[in-house]
Design a protein around this ligand. Structure first.
Ligand code: UD1
Length: 430
């Protein structure tokens, strides 16, 4: 099994190209199930989760092509891919495929809307809480679907004539349920109103893709989405937005190690809450033409308290990385994780670097230390793993991060991007 070996202590200096967002690429790929025409996606990141979803889509009958690099494009540019679901040959998403990644459950929306039936295994994914699917089922039932659960599978059937628009007020904000209902409602009869919808930038990316495919959606970027169902959708060409979680991760890394990095292509408006917090810690964060610049001159890292929240709040997907940063602050800080009930698995691993963190329910208290020491640690989930890399970059001495397949699910060319900025980091195979 691959490991990452790194020696901490170097500042980061240079440019880091930001990849396409995993959390946008996945639902955009799923949107291809809604039409028999090709959907072209540009800037798709090369990630294990993308590969995994390709397998799932191919099983439904989607033809997938990866196009060559265009003249003048450097290798940092993401993939251009075509997804063509001319015929859906199978409306079952089997356990072996879905259990590896939670987002694959989202195929239930487009399959049900287009084929009027779907049989989708209950999902897996990172073990960061129970992550039920009640909100998806609540929404799909409101559109008229009949739902049964049998042998670990959700069996969904649309009424004769297809799904029917409805007013749906989500009792809780869910990114996945919003994506799924948005797609399902696009091909339903009549109007659907989604209230208390997620408004993450990835939802906007998908909603704009659906509009480019012929969907009628208003309220994009707000808590209320109104969808006027259409009979069919057509092909389109859509860019995947830059990854705001990757952006925030490198920003925190630079704030922790010190240095000066330009996060190329990043959009500051996609992570304003996190950048504001980072500024409060003493980092100098500026938006410039080509991206976001993060600079820290070696002054102490100020402790700052943070609650995670749905967008536009501080993202739960940056909580672990921010905790790593706070382990070296000049005082005591508190983090309250409000989205997932079990997202502190990195705490025990950060402690191996000498970090002083205590957890009481959803609240973590971090007493900063002037220095961490390198350690042998284990990646437990996607975002937690990268917090260990960040801690290792700032720690004195050598660190080994084991089980890095979690990292490969969501970070493209991580070691390469960091080593080009002066980090001593390498992948060790076997
Ligand atoms: C997505 C992101 C993930 C991010 C999360 C929250 C992708 C591929 N993944 O995950 O990186 O951490 O948003 O920003 O985009 N919930 C229910 N019932 C449901 C659905 C969700 O109770 O039917 C709960 C979850 O357990 C969780 C909360 O709602 O406590 C938010 O989850 P949700 O927004 O659905 O997360 P995902 O879409 O799985």
């Amino acid at each position: 099994m691959d490991r990452i070996r790194l020696v901490g202590g170097n500042e980061l200096h240079g440019e880091i190209p930001i990849s396409g967002a995993k959390n946008a690429a996945l639902p955009l790929m799923i949107a291809s199930l809604l039409t028999d025409e090709p959907l072209v996606l540009q800037n798709v990141p090369r990630l294990a989760d993308v590969k995994q979803l390709e397998r799932i889509l191919e099983n439904h009958g989607v033809d997938i092509a990866v196009h060559g690099r265009r003249r003048g494009e450097d290798e940092g540019v993401g993939q251009r891919m075509t997804f063509h679901a001319a015929d859906i040959v199978d409306t079952t998403a089997p356990y072996e495929l879905v259990s590896k990644m939670r987002a694959s459950f989202w195929v239930i929306g487009p399959l049900l809307a287009r084929c009027h039936e779907a049989r989708v295994s209950l999902p897996g994914g990172c073990a960061i809480g129970t992550r039920p699917v009640d909100l998806f089922l609540f929404g799909l039932k409101a559109l008229g679907a009949e739902i049964d659960i049998d042998g670990g599978y959700v069996l969904a059937k649309a009424p004769k004539g297809g799904l029917v628009g409805a007013r749906i007020t989500f009792p809780k904000v869910s990114v996945g349920a919003t994506h799924t209902l948005l797609m399902a409602a696009s091909l339903a009869k009549g109007t659907t109103i989604l209230e208390n919808a997620a408004q993450e930038p990835e939802i906007t990316n998908v909603a704009e893709c659906l509009v480019a495919m012929g969907a009628k959606i208003t309220g994009i970027g707000t808590r209320t989405l109104t969808i006027e169902g259409v009979d069919r959708l057509h092909g389109a060409t859509v860019d995947v937005i830059p990854d705001r979680i990757e952006t925030g991760t490198f920003a925190m890394a630079a704030a922790m190690t010190g240095g000066n990095v330009l996060l190329k292509g990043a959009h500051a408006e996609h992570l304003k809450a996190a950048l504001d917090i980072l500024s409060q810690t003493g980092a100098d964060v500026t938006s410039e033409e080509g991206g976001i610049r993060v600079y820290r001159n070696g002054n102490g890292i100020q402790p700052v308290d943070v609650d995670t929240d749905p967008f536009p709040g501080f993202p739960t997907d940056l909580q672990a990385q921010f905790m790593a940063l706070m382990t070296m602050s000049t005082g005591t800080s508190r983090i309250r994780e409000t989205i997932f009930e079990n997202r502190y698995m990195h705490v025990a691993e950060l402690a191996r670097f000498g970090a002083d963190i205590s957890v009481d329910g959803q609240l973590a208290t971090i007493r900063g230390k002037p220095q961490l020491r390198g350690a042998q640690v284990m990646a437990t989930d996607l975002r937690a793993s990268v917090s260990l890399v960040i801690a290792g970059l700032a720690a004195r001495g050598e660190t080994t991060v084991n089980r890095i397949y979690h990292l490969d699910r969501g970070f493209e060319r991580l070691e390469e991007k960091l080593s080009r900025c002066g980090a001593e980091i390498e992948r060790v195979s076997g």
